[in-house]
Design a protein around this ligand. Structure first.
Ligand code: S3P
Length: 174
């Protein structure tokens, strides 16, 4: 079984995937790390040197590979993964894949991402919190259409990582 975690940047996908994988004794994979491994560059360098379209094509290929794994895996997606190309279809069509949306409120995302923006190519340019907040509001509105097609949604804004992991295992009946 492959459990994919999706959600906006800064929603804790990698941390929760890591903890969940330990809890279930599954392998942990992070799609961004897999992309960086295949390409040989860090994600911000891929965006800067090759552009977003190159990144999205590579993202789809690496996702396909990860979804084909026979190992029990918890896979943290990138924030944009379900929103591009055939990615959502690939996830939904695979009977071996379960999907969970880690949902966080706008304010929590803005607070967290404002501190971390330098390492994130899509938001590195925002040096005022209000402008970043407006960007995330619109972007999240567009992306939720895709995120909400996950099998389950878990509200993560107030919960501890351990509580989120517990909720996911319960929802997936694992
Ligand atoms: C992106 C999110 C990033 C990474 C890339 C694009 C996005 O992953 O895939 O910078 O489009 O939201 P995280 O959500 O893990 O930061």
């Amino acid at each position: 079984m492959i459990i994919v975690l999706c959600g906006y940047m800064g929603s804790g996908k990698s941390l929760i995937a890591n903890l969940l994988s330990r809890e279930l004794n599954f392998e942990f994979r992070d799609l961004d790390d897999e992309i960086a491994k295949v390409d040989g560059r860090h994600i911000p360098d891929i965006f800067e040197q090759k552009g977003e379209i190159y990144f999205r094509k590579l993202e789809m290929k690496v996702l396909q590979d990860c979804l084909g794994s026979k190992e029990d895996t918890v896979l943290a997606l990138g924030g944009g993964t379900p929103c591009y190309g055939q990615n959502l279809k690939l996830i939904q069509a695979n009977k071996n894949v379960r999907s969970v949306y880690l949902k966080m409120q706008l304010k929590a995302l803005t607070d967290r991402l404002f501190e971390e923006r330098a390492t994130r190519p899509l938001i590195a340019k925002f040096d005022q919190k209000e402008i970043l907040n407006d960007y995330i509001r619109k972007h999240l509105f567009e992306r939720q259409f895709y995120y909400l097609q996950s099998e389950h949604t878990v509200d993560c804004s107030q919960a501890t990582p351990a509580a989120i992991v517990k909720t996911i295992t319960e929802k997936l009946a694992l």
